[in-house]
Ligand binder design. Structure first.
Ligand code: HSE
Length: 374
């Protein structure tokens, strides 16, 4: 079976490596050999054996009926949207790691895939190598999923862990994370929480079977976290973590991304450094947590290739699941109740449980900083 990769960056080159190094094991699982035929990129790679597979026009792949499997690892919504749409309409299965594309166009692509009797899969878009999407779509299917709490951004988890371990400021740790290649030159999507927001929007859409737009729920990153907050957490046996949270209430959902103070009793407490973990609560299952490498070339490529194997096993058969374009009802986030850590001047304390709007109109209004408790 012939495959193509669109975008030969960190993840795309990882996919090529997994396909080559694990060719035999992939063949055994896919029940067919998966051979890489094309790599679409704007660049050439002289001296690299991949160069002979490079094409610059996506229509070469669209027009080749031999190619049944296409990987999209370009990132961003355009031109990825145009290319993926064309591939599905040409009868090709697509696997992507691109969370921006999935969060914005997932429901539409699933409908297009169904119309064309192919598959659109996106395991690598959340949690890197952690197979969390398969858990929601194929495993915890006898349960009502009551909540999902995830540490789904490796960059910010690394930064918060380093701030606690080394007693350094946000600015210092950001510079270090950038020099180690964990944080990008423009770190906005990670440190402002937008990357995590896209990921919890995807997970909630799948749990609910309908669309959740990340613009519709509150997102707060880690840029306001100061050394004093980290020190208070440490003294009180807690850690600050950026949590992507979903809580179901009736047929509606509270969704938010924010820093939370996490106590030792939570399984998320032990998740440090670049690792990711997603805690899923089912009404029958209770708690289950999925932990692993949430980013990076090979862990993410491993998830993409897992999708290719699944697609190779279902050529000419659309594997259906529900993600309708109509929107999920999101609840007013100010109606949710939390305990809060409050910092005013050099004074810090933790409040009792109260509704967000009571807190925001009282103590929350004139404090210097607050963080919710998980
Ligand atoms: N920037 C993301 C992270 C990459 O740090 O987790 C993986 O989606």
């Amino acid at each position: 079976m012939k495959a193509a990769i669109m975008g030969y960056g960190t993840i795309g080159s990882g996919v090529a490596r997994v396909l080559s190094e694990n060719r035999d094991i992939i063949k055994a699982h896919a029940l067919d050999d998966i051979e890489l035929k094309y790599v679409l990129d704007v660049r050439d790679f002289p001296g690299d054996p991949i160069n002979e597979k490079i094409v610059h026009d996506y229509k070469v792949i669209v027009d080749d009926p031999e190619v049944k499997l296409v990987v999209e690892t370009m990132g961003g919504v355009e031109p990825a949207y145009t290319f993926v749409d064309a591939m599905l309409r040409a009868g090709k299965n697509v696997a992507t790691s691109n969370k921006a594309l999935v969060a914005a166009k997932g429901a539409e692509f699933i409908a297009t895939a169904k119309e064309n009797n192919v598959n659109f899969m996106f395991e690598a878009s959340v949690g890197g190598g952690i197979p969390i999407i398969r858990v929601i779509l194929k495993c915890v299917t006898g349960d009502e999923i009551e909540s999902i709490y995830g540490i789904v951004n490796g960059t910010t988890n690394y930064m918060l862990s380093a701030m606690a371990e080394k007693d350094v400021s946000f600015d210092e740790v950001l510079k270090e994370a950038q020099s180690l290649g964990y944080a990008e030159k423009d770190p906005t999507a990670d440190v402002e929480g937008f990357d995590a927001a896209r990921k919890i929007a995807i997970l909630t859409s799948l749990a609910a079977g309908r669309q959740v737009d990340f613009e519709d729920f509150p997102t707060e990153g880690i840029t306001k976290i100061e050394k004093a907050d980290i020190a208070f957490a440490k003294e009180n046996g807690m850690k600050v973590k950026l949590i992507a949270a979903m809580d179901k209430s009736g047929d509606s959902y509270f969704v938010r991304v924010a820093p939370f103070l996490v106590s030792k009793e939570s399984p998320l407490f032990a998740v440090d450094g670049v690792m990711n973990a997603i805690l899923v609560r089912g009404n029958m299952l209770g708690d289950s947590m999925y932990y692993g490498s949430g980013a990076g070339s090979l862990p993410t490529a491993s998830a993409v290739v897992g999708d290719l194997v699944e697609e190779a096993r279902h050529v000419n058969k659309h594997v259906d699941f529900t993600w309708e374009p109509s929107k999920v009802k999101l609840l007013d986030p100010d109606e949710q109740s939390f305990r809060y850590y409050v910092r005013k001047g050099t004074e810090c304390h933790i409040t009792g449980m109260m509704k967000e709007h009571d807190f925001l109109s009282g103590e929350g209004k004139d404090c210097d900083h607050f963080i919710r408790l998980l």
